[in-house]
Ligand binder design. Structure first.
Ligand SMILES: Nc1ncnc2c1ncn2[C@@H]1O[C@H](COP(=O)(O)OP(=O)(O)OP(=O)(O)O)[C@@H](O)[C@H]1O
Ligand SMILES: [Mg+2]
Length: 319
């Protein structure tokens, strides 16, 4: 892939202190009897790329929804640059967290450029009347927004499709457009939920470079992915969620070497883990059933042989 063009920073993403950009403390999310996320702590520091992995249904997207105010966590808090966030999506975006969705959410009948402009609305001050009256202030803000959106489209490599309808883009480009729209809100932290799903290997490698370029702009990234190569190539740190709980957290090497992670993905019990006893019981029961079946087969064969050898009982033989 060609190196993405540089992107002029619209906001200063330089950390104001050494603290984390994001801090999740004891985040729990229950749906009735199901605990989808259980007491998860996670921090993301400035200029870090952190991966969040785990098997299907582990609670990764639910955790993102808790971070972005889409869900109100049953327990726990989420802070952005030291301030606890209210669980309201628009306030979370305004504070500086942007996201993309696992199931792409674009305005299908709007153009590529318009989709990016929508992402800028939290950063424009012009109100409804100003827009309706097309005041000089509104026109200036509109021009600035369009320039910025164009810059973003150049950055992600979609400038040549700015007037295409979003629904006409191939799947991989729709995912890129989602990233551009998220960046339009000028975040300090970008959350990506499966950014390479449905992409071919070339598109996936290009997305890797794009994420690195985003980080180089001073934006921290928290990314959910099932593509392990993508995660281990890219991330400074990886956290593993299994059944709603954080099982392991560490560098790519640490996580790859942890047998509990492999076991969680393969669904194999670890040594001594619950499940081993049940597996042994099942094996014993199967062996016992086989033994009973063998005995029954032998008995039936013996009975048939006895019948053959008994005089006067064989079919067709005169008494
Ligand atoms: N709104 C909801 N109401 C009830 N249950 C939910 C809701 N959202 C998620 N869940 C449940 O929470 C659990 C975690 O789901 P989640 O989508 O967070 O998993 P995931 O790790 O993102 O999985 P995947 O890798 O397949 O995307 C699942 O059992 C799911 O059915
Ligand atoms: Mg998910």
């Amino acid at each position: 892939m060609t190196t993405p063009p540089t992107l002029a920073p619209a906001t200063d993403n330089t950390p104001t202190d050494d603290g984390p950009v994001l801090r999740a403390d004891g985040v729990t999310m229950r749906f009735g009897g199901l605990t989808a996320v259980r007491g998860v702590d996670l921090t993301v520091h400035p200029r870090e790329i952190v991966g969040l992995i785990g098997p299907n249904g582990a609670g990764k997207t639910t955790f993102f929804n808790c971070l972005t105010g889409l869900y109100i966590p049953t327990e726990g808090t989420v802070s952005y640059r030291g301030t606890v966030l209210p669980p309201k999506p628009h306030l979370v975006t305004k504070a500086g967290i942007a996201r993309t969705f696992q199931n792409i959410r674009l305005f299908a009948n709007m153009t590529v450029l318009e989709n990016v402009l929508v992402g800028r609305h939290t950063r424009t001050k012009e109100g409804l009347w100003s827009a309706l009256l097309r005041s000089p202030g509104f026109k200036k803000a509109e021009r600035t927004s369009e320039e910025r959106a164009t810059e973003l489209l150049e950055f992600i490599g979609l400038a040549h499709k700015r007037d295409h309808l979003a629904r006409n883009l191939p799947y991989g480009e729709q995912r890129k457009l989602e990233i551009a729209r998220a960046l339009a809100s000028e975040p300090g932290l970008l959350l990506l939920d499966e950014p390479t799903a449905g992409m071919n290997p070339q598109e996936t490698r290009a997305t890797e470079e794009l994420v690195l370029a985003i980080r180089d702009k001073g934006i921290a990234v928290l990314v959910i992915e099932h593509d392990m190569r993508f995660i281990f190539n890219l991330c400074d740190r990886v956290a593993v969620l299994v059944q709603g709980e954080k099982l392991v957290e560490g560098t790519s090497d640490t996580v790859q070497a942890d047998e509990r992670v492999v076991a969680a993905y393969l669904g194999e019990p670890c040594d001594g883990a619950p499940g081993e006893a049940e597996a042994a019981e099942v094996a014993a029961a199967e062996a016992a059933a086989d033994a009973v079946a063998d005995t029954a087969a032998h008995t039936a064969a013996d009975t048939a042989a006895d019948a053959q050898n008994t005089p006067g009982t064989t079919k067709g033989e005169a008494p």
